[in-house]
Design a protein around this ligand. Sequence first.
Ligand SMILES: NC(=O)c1ccc[n+]([C@@H]2O[C@H](COP(=O)([O-])OP(=O)(O)OC[C@H]3O[C@@H](n4cnc5c(N)ncnc54)[C@H](O)[C@@H]3O)[C@@H](O)[C@H]2O)c1
Length: 210
Amino acid sequence: MLHEPTKIPQATTKRLPLYYRFIQNFANAGQKRISSQELSEAMKIDSATIRRDFSYLGAFGKKGYGYDVQGLLEFFRKTLDQDEATNVALIGVGHLGSAFLKYNFQRNHNTKIVLAFDTNSPLEGERISGIDTYHPDRIEEKIAEYGIEVVILTVPSRSAQEVTDRLAKTDIKGILNFTPVRIAVPEHIRVQTIDLSVELQTLIYQIKQQ
Ligand SMILES: NC(=O)c1ccc[n+]([C@@H]2O[C@H](COP(=O)([O-])OP(=O)(O)OC[C@H]3O[C@@H](n4cnc5c(N)ncnc54)[C@H](O)[C@@H]3O)[C@@H](O)[C@H]2O)c1
């Protein structure tokens, strides 16, 4: 049903988790089918975009019927690997990092922070919000031991590249970067940067344009 992943535009890929969450809500409410219009109203994304996104994914709604909710749910679950757990590590347990450890993606049962690092933690490790936390001197060893695939980076800017260089020597596949630094990585690692000041500026710019 799914096309070659390379053919799916990045903007569509970014919306997939959002679709999955909304479709789950509709399924939980007992809804059997859904139109692109209904999804559009719930998600505040225009219905043409939704139809185009779904057609990229090989999901075609029937006229006057819409999409089968269970079918979509199963499709997104598979596509987003929800059946396969992803072990996540967090580096930098400061203001932002400790909030993430406490939150720990409670809505998403298969994505969990299972390991953390902070320069204030001892070599032998400690538990912070129930998570094993070690000194970063043990990054390579512990990341291999815990089978970490994704790292959340919440260290100060000055440490971001140095930590990334060490991560580059491990088998991780992705970094969710909360530092404002444009970190350089080898090709096998994907980076998703979340720069809150950029997001805020974009919002303010859009408000002023209206
Ligand atoms: N606090 C926020 O609201 C916020 C918002 C957006 C982005 N950020 C960014 O997130 C990052 C963290 O911000 P913060 O406010 O939590 O900072 P913080 O100083 O409170 O926390 C940083 C933590 O990283 C640890 N650390 C330092 N060097 C390290 C290393 N090499 N390895 C492992 N741990 C190390 C420190 O001991 C500290 O606990 C910064 O880059 C900041 O720009 C923060």
